[in-house]
Design a protein around this ligand. Structure first.
Ligand SMILES: NC(=O)c1ccc[n+]([C@@H]2O[C@H](COP(=O)([O-])OP(=O)(O)OC[C@H]3O[C@@H](n4cnc5c(N)ncnc54)[C@H](O)[C@@H]3O)[C@@H](O)[C@H]2O)c1
Length: 276
């Protein structure tokens, strides 16, 4: 594989598990040095990864790449600096850290849930982006790569389509889509790309309760037109693309990677109206 990100430094939040882990591995395969940020170095034990016992950084190093772990409980805490790293400067920031809780009706949600979802999903993503932007603005544009820096946020299909039992989560993720758009407009002239990937249902530790409930998984399958649900590699592939030279003229976009979940009413549901 051509190392199109050779010499670039990427910081990934939520890097120990799931999509953040797959994205870290994907960026490293393209030659980026990766600062893997998470609450803990160990992968979420509920995850579906076959190599759960090996930390993300070790996987990258074993494959000949360069990575360090930075324990970072922000995005929830107020911090004025990104985790210090001997790998600076910084070129790419991917915000995968997120908080989701199993379903409840809007009337049953409380301020505590909204505060936690907002802190991690919205404020955390905004804070990481702002700190990255301040660093990017001190750096020159890389004329070949096409940018001064890249930010890729991770929101959710729930941000654009109604899904029962997820009001707080949906609202905090919708804010991520919109900060992507508005922030990109502010910084396009600086040659800084801000994009977002909105995943559908993906097999990760976070989503394991869904995968273990026969009813929920049936609902998720019916809501997803594509014949299978998502894998972390589906998301990582899109995120990595948004970091490559080829995507330098894309900014402010939220790319749905969801097997068509947000396209409309799934065909199987209306099939009986279409036949005959
Ligand atoms: N799995 C899905 O079906 C799905 C669907 C749509 C969106 N998402 C979003 O995708 C992103 C990645 O989730 P995942 O499914 O890979 O989950 P995951 O549980 O596999 O990984 C999430 C990682 O983020 C870390 N993390 C959580 N809070 C953090 C914080 N405050 N600071 C730093 N790290 C933190 C966790 O320790 C974990 O390693 C999240 O933003 C999630 O909301 C997931």
């Amino acid at each position: 594989m051509e190392a199109k990100l050779q010499g670039k430094v990427a910081l990934v939040t939520g890097a120990s598990s799931g999509m953040g882990r797959a994205t870290s591995l994907g960026l490293a395969r393209h030659g980026a040095k990766v600062v893997c940020c998470d609450l803990q170095k160990k992968a979420n034990p509920a995850g579906f990864e076959k190599d759960l016992a090996t930390d993300t950084t070790d996987l990258i190093i074993q494959s000949g790449g360069e990575a360090i772990f930075a324990r970072w409980t922000s995005p929830t805490r107020s911090r004025s600096r990104l985790p210090s790293t001997r790998l600076c400067p910084l070129d790419i920031v991917v915000s995968c850290a997120g908080y989701w809780a199993p379903f409840r009706k809007f009337a049953e949600e409380d301020d505590e849930l909204w505060a936690k979802m907002s802190a991690v999903n919205t404020l955390g993503t905004a804070r990481v982006a702002r700190l990255a932007l301040r660093q990017f603005l001190k750096q020159d544009v890389d004329e070949v790569w096409g940018s001064r820096g890249r930010i890729v946020n991770v929101s959710s299909c729930a941000a654009v389509t109604g899904f029962p039992g997820e009001t707080a989560y949906s609202a905090t993720k919708a804010a991520v889509n919109h900060m992507t758009l508005a922030g990109a407009l502010d910084h396009a002239k600086d040659s800084i790309n801000i994009n977002c990937v909105a995943p559908g249902v993906v097999a990760t530790g976070m989503a394991r309760p869904n995968f273990e409930s026969a009813d929920t998984i049936e609902l998720m399958k019916r809501a997803t037109p594509w014949p299978r649900l998502g894998k972390v590699e589906d998301i990582a592939g899109a995120v990595v693309f948004l970091c490559l030279p080829e995507s330098q003229w894309i900014t402010g976009q939220t790319l749905a990677v969801d097997g068509g979940m947000t396209l409309g009413v799934p065909p199987r549901k209306v099939a009986r109206y279409l036949v005959g």
